[in-house]
Every structure is written in structure tokens, then in C-alpha cells.
Design a protein around this ligand. Sequence first.
Ligand SMILES: Nc1ncnc2c1ncn2[C@@H]1O[C@H](COP(=O)(O)OP(=O)(O)O)[C@@H](O)[C@H]1O
Ligand SMILES: [Mg+2]
Length: 304
Amino acid sequence: MKKKILIISGGVSKERLISLDTGLQVANELKKNGYKVKISEPNNNLKKNISQFKPAVIFNALHGQFGEDGYIQTILESFKIPYTHSGVIASSIAMDKEISKKIFISNNINTPKFIIYSYNKENLNLIREIDRKLKFPVVVKPINEGSSVNVYICTKKNIQKILNSMKNYKRVMIEEFIAGREIQVAIMGNKKLGAIELKPKRKFYDYQAKYNSKAKTEHIIPVDITKKKLEEVMNMALRAHKIIGCKGISRSDFKFYKNKFYILELNTQPGMTKLSLVPEIANYNGIKFIKLLEWIINDSSTKR
Ligand SMILES: Nc1ncnc2c1ncn2[C@@H]1O[C@H](COP(=O)(O)OP(=O)(O)O)[C@@H](O)[C@H]1O
Ligand SMILES: [Mg+2]
């Protein structure tokens, strides 16, 4: 008998639709391979669904706020049923770009310079501070969002307008802009799974470039860099994964400019549709989608 799997997807984050797609595709693949599967939203019905369906494993297919930041993981801990991916602390650290970058910096994992912009504080010398510490253009982004939601490349001319449009966040991150290539690395347990390069046709790897097939981002695998450089970026991702205390799969996003890698962030709940980046990296390295899902399921645990 194959394990009963309850997949949590949807939720309330800005990445709800992507999570629903991840959930559905994971469910279809598992069903095709003989698993009993139920999909649930992370709402009031979750507890009822669990007590009726009695899953052996809970597959977390959520992305973004509430699903990737330690909140749902805290609830999952209370059920005492093995669940997939990272636990409470690693999830909340990785989702917070400010805290995770501070951890990267203190561990010598190169990351773009940044400042934090607070809305409840006067920011009189902002332009001067940026000129001095970061230089324009800069990237303005939320501290705890994903999928490039509300990520903007800003010049001296439009930064104030962009910041004004983001007032519903308490604070945002302003980061040094790194030109160059975009490379992402997948980690599987304590192993380096592989890397992929993204070549967006758009100005950067924004929401459309990620999810709209018409935006035609090119996926390049294997990445055309030296073996030594590939090892270097994969080692950075593995160290980030370990230092944050991640479990299972993670995907770290990098920029590669003038022969130097910069980690942008680590994702503890990377997209898991059949065409998402981690499944693509796995497939290239000989791990079919179902085998990847089965590995994730077998890696699930009540302990972190
Ligand atoms: N400092 C930066 N320099 C250049 N491009 C960036 C920078 N930060 C983000 N980007 C672009 O925005 C995308 C999304 O940023 P990222 O920090 O990965 O946030 P998200 O969690 O939304 O994926 C990146 O993949 C990259 O294309
Ligand atoms: Mg990213």
C-alpha cells in the first residue's frame, strides 16, 4: 500500500495561484503512481481534512506568506504528522530577506549590499545614503514576499514614487543592483542537485518572466560556466541551506557578475510544478518528477 498524502495548497499569499498549480500537479503525479491523495487549503477545514483522511504525510505545496514563513509549519508541528520541506525556524529565517542576508554576510556568503527603508521613520537623506552606500540603480523589494511580487529596479528619478506605492509594507529593502547573469541552484537534503541559468527576455526575472510562457524566459541547463565556478555557486547554496537549517529541497537564487556570485535569497518552498525549476534541474540530473516527489515524501519528518 502506498502512503496517503495530504497536499496543502492555495492559501492567502500573493502566490496563491502558483501554489494551487503546484498542489494540483503534485497530486496528479502522485495519483498516477498509485498514491491516495487529498488536497486541502490551509484554512479551518485543514484539521477536519486531516482527521478524516488520516494522511501518513503532509506535503506542503504552499508558497509565500503563511505557507513559507513558519506559520503553517507551526500548525503542522501540532498535528505530529510528518510534513515536507523546512521547519518553523528555517522557514521564517529564509523568508525574511533582511535576517537571511545578515546571516549570509556573517558567514561570508556574498550578497548584494542593502539598506532597510522604514515607513514609520523620517528618511531625510535617502538619496544621499543610496549614492554613498549602494549607487543607483537599486532594487527595491519587499522583505518577505516571493515570485518577484513588488520587486522594482529604481533610478534616482523614480525611487520615491515606487517607495510611495509600497506603503502597505512597514519596511522594504533597497539593494545594490547587480547586473549580469541569473543562476539558481537546487539543494536536495545535504546534496547539491544542480544549477540552471535563466535568461529573461524582459528587463529582469519578474513575475511575467517567471510565469507567463509568452514572456519566454530561456532556461539554460547545463549552465555554461567552468566546473570550478559551478562548484563554487553550488557550495554557496549548500552552505546557505545548512546554515539556515533547511530540510529537504531548497532553491537559492544568485546573480553572477564579473566572475562573482551574489546570493539574492534562499527559497524553502520552491515551485514544484512539473515545469518548475527544481523539477527541471532534477530531471536533467536523472531524477524524474515522481522520483523527486517520492524523495520529498520519504524525507518528511515530525522532527527538524
Ligand atoms: N540586487 C539585485 N540586482 C539585480 N537584480 C535583482 C536584484 N534583486 C532582485 N533582482 C531581480 O529580481 C528577481 C526577484 O528577486 P528575489 O530577491 O529573488 O525575490 P523573490 O523572492 O521575489 O524571487 C531576481 O530573480 C532578479 O531577476
Ligand atoms: Mg527569487
